[in-house]
Design a binder for this molecule. Structure first.
Ligand code: IFM
Length: 482
């Protein structure tokens, strides 16, 4: 079977046989049942109760009630036809205080999930940490202290021994940038700390936890495929001015290189170490041998991509406004002296994220050229839109269909360019708890009526099912993709 190239006559782009089609979720965002069967509190249970931390005071207490509706959700996956499902294990279900013996009832829940997937011939892809740190560990310093990485290694050992016979593909961490820089730097995520020195220390301890987990997984699960999922972006300067080019370099350093370089090259980028030289404790927490642990060989890289960024030096924000840009009101890089721009006229999602699928292709090509030729899975990609149930009882989310079509086409462009992409997971199967945005942002291809928990498949669910069946996409490009 051959794949059609970008200039071929046919708009239909076939994917290679065996290309993995998946859907992704995360424990705190969908499970609910936060006090059931021995689960301990996580940092998100605490943070979501802080006044003003989460939109509308929403919490994950009930979420999609997946804990009780697992069979229904498994059926949705089965009917969708995915070949893989990416979910995360909630650490506080397994070790309620982050240490000590395993809570069997917590493990049983994931046993049932994995069995249900296997029965439907869906490959489980298990993420060990998707942000729900046991609160008891946060009380002892959280990711700012080295001990949390040691505790993580013990937790990984428990999960690997319990589920290893049924799970082949393991992801150590989801988006450690968010855990460290949003959680401890910007304070937008749990635990809501605003301290750059702590964020940098968390960055390192998260990567250390990843490094410690790899050999544990390899020894507990023979044949395990082990990787890490990073949220990466295409950071572009708003102009050719040297200050803006340097600003984009800093944004790239923080978001991309602080993770890619240690994992694939065994070092932190010099410019970032210099930038955070005065941060306390910052990267002074790095010990001899840590980077060797962090850069152990992996089996794949998980890439989460949502939007590209255009940035300028903060001193040039006025110039950028005069040049026609909007300057984003909330800065995602609070310590970098950059300002993020929004390009007028470019389509955006309900998150205010610009839509530009070509950023995914260029990111994938860059990863191949500069970091690794390992298999890559797009472990998350998707969009929030202001969906609604129409009078005929349908959710016609044509904008999400277009987004997915453009981004899956962009993945195909990367394949054409020789990048070793082996799978794509849509974010998300279900509308869910979107962190500090609570339930106000819907990313699902399945609508969830939160008061009742009722599920309703959206137009995008049916479109994705057809795409999976055909193992192809009708080629589409997004605005600004040339
Ligand atoms: O919902 C999140 C997910 O938990 C991590 N990646 C980004 C998604 C959308 O914001």
């Amino acid at each position: 079977m051959s794949t059609s190239g970008p200039n071929s006559q046919s708009p239909i782009r076939l994917f290679p046989p065996g290309f993995l089609w998946g859907a992704a979720t995360a424990s705190y965002q969908i499970e609910g049942a936060t006090t059931e069967d021995g689960r301990g509190p996580s940092i998100w249970d605490t943070f979501s109760r802080q006044p003003g931390a989460v939109w509308n005071g929403d919490t994950g207490d009930v979420a999609c009630d997946h804990y009780h509706r697992m069979e229904e959700d498994l059926d949705l996956l089965g009917e969708l036809g995915v070949t893989a499902y990416r979910f995360s294990v909630a650490w506080p279900r397994i070790q309620p205080t982050g240490k000590g013996p395993a809570n069997q009832r917590g493990l049983d829940f994931y046993h049932r999930l994995v069995d249900g997937l296997r029965a439907r011939r869906i490959e489980p892809t298990l993420t060990l940490y998707h942000w729900d740190l046991p609160q008891a560990l946060e009380d002892e310093g959280g990711w700012c202290v080295r001990d949390t990485a040691e505790r993580f290694a013990e937790y990984v050992d428990i999960v690997a021994r319990a589920l290893g016979s049924d799970v082949e593909r393991w992801i150590t961490l989801n988006e450690p940038w968010c855990s460290s820089w949003l959680g401890y730097g910007a304070g937008q995520h749990a635990p809501g700390v605003r301290d750059i020195g702590k964020a940098a220390a968390a960055n390192h301890h998260l990567l250390l936890a990843h490094g410690m987990a790899v050999p544990i997984l390899r020894s507990a699960v023979p044949g395990a495929k082990v990787g890490i999922t990073l949220n990466l972006g295409d950071e572009r300067p708003g102009s050719e001015h040297e200050l803006d080019v340097a600003a984009a370099e800093r944004a790239d350093g923080n978001l991309n290189r602080l993770f890619l370089e240690p994992v694939f090259h065994g070092r932190y980028p010099e410019d970032m170490l210099a930038h955070y030289a005065k941060a306390d404790p910052g990267f002074s927490v790095v010990r001899e041998g840590d980077l060797a642990l962090i850069s152990q060989p992996l089996d794949f890289l998980g890439v989460n991509y949502y939007f590209p960024s255009t940035v300028v030096d903060e001193s040039r924000a006025t110039e950028a406004r005069l040049a026609g840009y909007f300057v984003a009101p909330i800065e995602m890089f609070p310590d970098l002296h950059v300002r993020s721009l929004e390009t007028p006229g470019r389509d955006k999602t309900a998150m205010d994220w610009e839509i530009q699928a070509s950023g995914l292709t260029s990111l994938l090509v860059r990863i191949r050229d500069e970091y690794t030729t390992l298999p890559i899975y797009i472990t998350e990609n998707g969009a929030a839109f202001d969906d609604y149930v129409d009078p005929n009882g349908r959710v016609l989310d044509a904008n999400r269909v277009a987004y997915l079509q453009e981004h899956i086409s962009a993945v195909h462009d990367a394949l054409d360019a020789g990048v070793n992409v082996q799978g794509y997971f849509v974010w998300s199967l279900l509308d869910n708890f979107e962190w500090s945005f609570g339930y106000s942002r819907r990313f699902g291809i399945v609508w969830v009526d939160f008061p009742t928990g009722t599920r309703l498949t959206k137009q995008s669910y049916h479109w994705y099912r057809d795409t999976i069946r055909a193992n192809s996409v009708e080629y589409a490009t997004s605005i600004g993709s040339s």
